[in-house]
Design a binder for this molecule. Structure first.
Ligand SMILES: [Zn+2]
Length: 91
């Protein structure tokens, strides 16, 4: 399953364990067990972003987990979260 994460200044659905950044999470599925499994996946993806993106901007404003480099039109989660196209074009 794929989710869309959007950085949020307000309290979000999930919080990065490294920097404390809050994210709103848009789920493709609503099954609670799947959400719980995905939560673990998101948290490790967030931590991984700190390792791979050195510097202060570890997180993009908007990204998919698992990582999705295609067009948002092919991602159900991106469509649900109304992801801005630009978020996917930025490196
Ligand atoms: Zn972080």
């Amino acid at each position: 399953m794929q989710v869309l994460c959007k950085a949020s200044s307000a309290a979000g659905d999930i919080q990065c364990s490294v920097c404390g950044q809050n994210f709103q999470v848009y789920w493709e599925r609503t099954n609670p067990a799947e959400r719980e499994a995905a939560r673990e996946q998101i948290l490790s993806a967030l931590a991984e972003q700190h390792t791979s993106n050195h510097g202060t901007d570890a997180h993009k404003a908007c990204f998919n987990v698992p990582e999705w480099n295609g067009s948002p039109r092919y991602s159900g989660a991106a469509l649900l979260g109304n992801a801005p196209k630009a978020a996917f074009q930025a490196a």
